[in-house]
Design a protein around this ligand. Sequence first.
Ligand SMILES: [Zn+2]
Length: 182
Amino acid sequence: MYAGHFAVGLALKAKRPAAPTWAILLGTGFLDVLFGIFVMLGIERVTMTPHVGQGFSLDFIDWSHSLVMSLVWSALYGLIFWRRGRAVAFLIAFAVFSHFLLDLPMHPKDLALWPYAATHIGFGLWNRLPYGWWWIELAVIAGACAYYLHRARRQISFGGYAWWASAVVVVLHVLNAPWWKS
Ligand SMILES: [Zn+2]
């Protein structure tokens, strides 16, 4: 998933406004940040496949995106915010793990259970529904933003920019539509 990660981040912000927005949004994308660093270091591998599927093949992402490592990264990232209170730290940790949960339906079987595990999972909607996945992600975004906007009306702290934040996520999703790529 792409923009959907950030939409869910906004929903989590609405759930617990005391958690810093930047920490949640960075958290929802944290596994991809690690992925980028690990590819640069040569620890993980991706091959570009122009005009096939999503345009890339994730050959080895066990350290950033496996189930067990996702839980480890979530716990470590959440620990950084422990002093802000247990509830905030747990929410931020869950923001990191939500990345795995949202990638699971989209990715082909490239998500390992743990590094070098024989079993890799993923429901493969990117490949099975080359256009349909976009509508499914849009539904996730719509649901998450609706919850966020609903809560934002009562939260003066971030109510002022809730519409802008939602609009940015929707624009990102539209820019990422498969129709532009074919
Ligand atoms: Zn990812």
